[in-house]
Design a protein around this ligand. Structure first.
Ligand code: CA
Ligand code: CA
Length: 192
């Protein structure tokens, strides 16, 4: 995958949401030019979207209400580009509840999906970031981000700015143990 990022509460704007949930996502263009994404999250409740809708946790604050692509640089709130859940969402969404308690969300953002801002608007910027990364070996942050909102954090619990990444970083992001990543983030954000 040529794009990826880590989602945390600390990337929320204007302030840290305080959420201790984390996510990793990798993305890439498929042969048809659509953007495929694989997102794995620890610490949020996707029960409403899986099977008979049984909640994954008793607490309702962690219940996910939206998974959205937004359009803004890091540190800014932008317009909704593509809301992937709901009736006008991604028709390719697959939710998988993993044995370790994490949830994986996979989908394909095509030009034909009903998006607030069509995918084609982002393609030149995304391609240019990939070209720059393959030339310099350095990740490039794009103006596209992923935001997950919940009952407790309706503006967003965790966010990650989509970056073009090197093959090495892509391997790390797809192979990292989600629970290990989550414990690292919790250690960093919990005051001693
Ligand atoms: Ca819950
Ligand atoms: Ca789709």
């Amino acid at each position: 995958m040529v794009f990826g990022t880590i989602l945390t509460g600390g990337q929320q704007v204007p302030t840290d949401s305080g959420s201790l949930a984390t996510g990793t996502v990798t993305l890439g263009f498929n042969e048809e030019g659509a953007l495929t994404y694989d997102l794995t999250v620890v610490g949020l409740d996707f029960g409403a979207f899986i099977g008979d809708g049984t909640p994954q946790t008793q607490d309702t604050a962690d219940d996910v209400t939206g998974i959205d692509f937004g359009n803004a640089p890091m540190g800014e709130v932008g317009d909704l580009a593509f809301g992937v859940v709901g009736v006008d969402g991604d028709d390719d969404l697959i939710f998988t509840s993993n044995p370790d308690g994490s949830t994986t969300i996979s989908g394909i953002w095509q030009e034909s999906d009903l998006a607030g801002i069509p995918l084609s608007t982002f393609v030149p910027g995304l391609n240019s970031a990939v070209a720059s990364t393959s030339e310099s070996g350095t990740p490039q942050v794009t103006d596209l981000y992923l935001n997950i909102s919940t009952v407790g954090d309706p503006q967003g619990a965790i966010r990650g700015q989509i970056s073009s990444i090197t093959p090495e970083l892509s391997d790390i992001l797809s192979e990292i143990d989600p629970l290990v990543l989550n414990s690292l983030v919790i250690q960093e954000t919990t005051p001693i």
